[in-house]
Design a protein around this ligand. Structure first.
Ligand code: FAD
Length: 340
C-alpha cells in the first residue's frame, strides 16, 4: 500500500494554505482515491491552516514555530524531511512553489528517494503515471517509477484548488531537529503590488507586442501613451503581463521601450508558458515561436492591425482587426466607468 503525503505551506498571511498548496491537496485526494492509498497532509508554518483541508479525512501533520515562518533552506529541508518520515511517505506530492522547488530535491536525496518536477497530471490505478512536458512544452511524457519515496512537484494551475468546508481538525505536531542555522531571515523585500506585473494566479494574460513601440499611422511613436494604456488595463483588471520577444529585446537596441517589461515577461518558445483562463494579445503578430507559449491559455483573443497576421490564421479564437491604441483606450474607459 502506498503512503501518500501532500506537502503544503502557508501563504504570505502565515495563517492560510497557499493556493498552489490547495491545488496539490486536490491532486493528492484524487490520487489517493485511485490508488487506495493512505493520505496524509503535512504543513509547514502553522497547524491552523490545515482546518481548510479537514474535510479530506486525511491524517494531518504540521511543523510550527518561528523558524518555519519564513522560507530558508536549512529549516525547510529539515521540516519536510521530518514530515515525510512521520507520514512514512512512499509518494510525496508538493506544489512547485519557489519554497518547495528549492528544497524538494535535497529532501528526496536525504530519504534515498527520487524526484520529478513540473508534473501536470497524475493518473493510473495500478502504477502511478505522472505527466510532464519536455522541449518547451512540445513533447508530453508519461513517467512511471518503482523508486520510493517518489517526490512529484506539481505545476501551478494544473488542478483546481481544494475547497471543502473548513473545520477544526486534530493535527499532529511533528518535532524537527534543526541543524545549526547559518541564515537569518531579516524580512521580505518585494516590489509594490502594482510594480509586480507577472501574476500567475490572474484569470487573464495580457500580452504586448512590438507594435506598441512602432510608428503609428500618424508617423509618430507613442511609447508613453502605450505604457499608460497597458498599465491602466493591468491596474483595472489585475491581469498578468506577458510580452513578445521582439518587444522585450528592444531595450538593447536603442528603440523606445516600455520600462516595466523585462525578459521575465516573455511568452513563447524561449520564454514562459503560463496558465490562464483567458489571454488577450495586442500589437503582436502571433508568430509560431511566440504562440507556442500560449499552449495553456484556454480562450485566446488578439487585437492586430494586420488581417494576415498569425493570430488571424487560426491561432486565436477571436481576432479584432483594429488599432490597439484606440481599442484599449475605450476598454479602459469602460472599465473605469464600471468601477465608479
Ligand atoms: C529560435 C527562436 C525563438 C523565438 N522565441 C520567441 C519567444 O519565446 N517569444 C516570442 O514572442 N518570440 C520568439 N521568437 C520571435 C518570433 O518569431 C517573432 O519574431 C516575435 O514574436 C515577433 O514579435 P511581435 O509580434 O511583437 O512583433 P512584430 O512581428 O513586429 O509584430 C508587431 C505587430 O503589431 C501590429 N501593430 C502595430 N501597431 C498596431 C496597432 N496600433 N494596433 C494593433 N496592432 C498593431 C503589426 O500589425 C504587427 O502585426 C523566436 C524566434 C526564434 C527564431
Amino acid at each position: 500500500m502506498e503512503f501518500l503525503l501532500v506537502l503544503t505551506h502557508v501563504d504570505d498571511t502565515g495563517t492560510a494554505l497557499s493556493k498552489a498548496s490547495l491545488e496539490a491537496v486536490t491532486a493528492g485526494v484524487e490520487l489517493a482515491a485511485q490508488l487506495g492509498a493512505q493520505l496524509s497532509i503535512g504543513c509547514l508554518g502553522g497547524a491552523a491552516a490545515l482546518n481548510a483541508v479537514a474535510s479530506t479525512g486525511a491524517r494531518l501533520l504540521a511543523v510550527s514555530g518561528e523558524p518555519f515562518a519564513q522560507a530558508r533552506y536549512a529549516s525547510d529541508a529539515a521540516a519536510c524531511e521530518a514530515l515525510c518520515r512521520a507520514a512514512e511517505a512512499t509518494i510525496v506530492l508538493a506544489p512547485g512553489t519557489s519554497r518547495f522547488t528549492r528544497v524538494a530535491a535535497g529532501v528526496a536525496h536525504r530519504l534515498g528517494g527520487f524526484i520529478d518536477t513540473h508534473i501536470t497530471a497524475l493518473t493510473g490505478a495500478e502504477a502511478i503515471e505522472a505527466t510532464r512536458w519536455f522541449y518547451r512544452q512540445r513533447v508530453e511524457a508519461v513517467v512511471t517509477r518503482d523508486a520510493r519515496p517518489w517526490f512529484l512537484l506539481l505545476d501551478a494551475g494544473t488542478h483546481a484548488a481544494f475547497a471543502g468546508a473548513p473545520a477544526a481538525a486534530p493535527v499532529e505536531q511533528v518535532a524537527v531537529e534543526l541543524p545549526a542555522l547559518r541564515t537569518t531571515v531579516s524580512g521580505l523585500r518585494a516590489p509594490a503590488q502594482d510594480a509586480q506585473t507577472i501574476r500567475p494566479d490572474a484569470k487573464m494574460l495580457f500580452v504586448t507586442g512590438a507594435g506598441w513601440t512602432k510608428k503609428q499611422p500618424d508617423g509618430q511613436i507613442h511609447a508613453d501613451l502605450a505604457g499608460d494604456l497597458i498599465l491602466g488595463f493591468l491596474r483595472l483588471t489585475g491581469a498578468s503581463l506577458g510580452s513578445s520577444k521582439s518587444l522585450v529585446d528592444q531595450g538593447g537596441e536603442g528603440v523606445p521601450v516600455l520600462p516595466f517589461l523585462t525578459h521575465m515577461n516573455q511568452i513563447g518558445q524561449t520564454g514562459a508558458t503560463p496558465r490562464h483562463a483567458k489571454g488577450l494579445s495586442t500589437c503582436c503578430h502571433g508568430e509560431e515561436p511566440h504562440v507556442v507559449g500560449w499552449r495553456f491559455i484556454a480562450d485566446r483573443r488578439a487585437i492586430s492591425l494586420d488581417p494576415n497576421c498569425g493570430w488571424s490564421r487560426g491561432k486565436a479564437d477571436v481576432v479584432y482587426i483594429a488599432d490597439a491604441f484606440q481599442v484599449m483606450a475605450k476598454v479602459n474607459a469602460l472599465l473605469e466607468e464600471k468601477k465608479a
